[in-house]
Design a binder for this molecule. Structure first.
Ligand code: 5GP
Ligand code: ZN
Length: 118
């Protein structure tokens, strides 16, 4: 995808502060952290949203979820963290390349959601 910000980060066309990279996935710090630790894990394959993931994506999505804890510990989440995947309009997704947010630090993060717009 030529106009996808995260594909450009994968290609090295946009710089990022890398946490981890292998042949399938990339993890990098969020540019606008919402917690003392806030990084994103993405598949290198351009999958727009979690709702677009298919059976063929099970290995890469499984890899993302199972490496999350190890990476979180490495960057300062020693006693837990939160994972978030915003999906589509209702999920308020901003970047349409699926990504798992990892948020944490030393202190509890508080309630999971802000006030819903009822
Ligand atoms: P979403 O709302 O789609 O779940 O989250 C997108 C996230 O990507 C946001 O937290 C935003 O700060 C982050 N982001 C957007 N553009 C960039 C960028 O160019 N570099 C990095 N490192 N993060 C970005
Ligand atoms: Zn992309």
């Amino acid at each position: 995808m030529t106009d996808c910000i995260f594909c450009k980060i994968i290609a090295g066309e946009i710089p990022s502060r890398k946490v981890y990279e292998d042949e399938d996935i990339l993890a990098f710090h969020d540019i606008k952290p919402a917690a003392p630790v806030h990084f994103l894990i993405i598949p290198k394959k351009h999958i727009p949203t979690l709702a677009d993931a298919t059976e063929e994506d099970i290995p890469v999505m499984g890899k993302i979820m199972t490496i999350a804890g190890k990476l979180a510990k490495q960057v300062g989440c020693h006693d837990g963290f939160r994972t978030i995947v915003n999906t589509g309009r209702v999920g308020c997704q901003e970047v349409y390349h699926v990504h798992v947010h990892i948020l944490g630090g030393d202190k509890p993060l508080g309630v999971m959601l802000g006030m819903p717009a009822l």
